[in-house]
Design a binder for this molecule. Sequence first.
Ligand SMILES: [Zn+2]
Length: 172
Amino acid sequence: MSEIIIPLHGLTKGGQEFDYVLDDSFLDGFSHDVVESLECGAHLVAEQRGGWIEIRCRLRGKARVVCDRCLEDLFFPVDLDQTLTVRFDAEPEDVVNDDDNIIILREGTSEIDLAQTLYDLICVSLPMTKVHPEGECNPEAIARLSKEEELLKASVNTPFSGLKEMLKQKKN
Ligand SMILES: [Zn+2]
């Protein structure tokens, strides 16, 4: 399980800095369903403000995903600045909070693990449609995929057409 621990007690005045590397071992704590590979630096500054704590997050690096069209590697830059607010409450589960950037913890909590929060920030920052720019997909992969798709369609349409196709290919 990946951990990005930030202490919440005794933070120095003016903000305390924390640096983490978010790489493949960080990703191992998650399901790898979106990001295949990650090379990213996380610079976090945690500062006590009145009764709450502000955590400024700066993420810089790149994420590798799979192209939805050709299934080859596709890189996206990670370039994120996000400020999180940590608030405290005696009954945190009773507090209505629909802001992802506000985290409510039980009073007296001494540290926070931001691994899931940072992972979510990265995933949300990636575009919904993950494809290479037009014309930059691997043409061999596209050709192979469309052939497989045709075979699949043929075998779905009639029970024997796919088989016929396979036999035809064997003969050739
Ligand atoms: Zn592609």
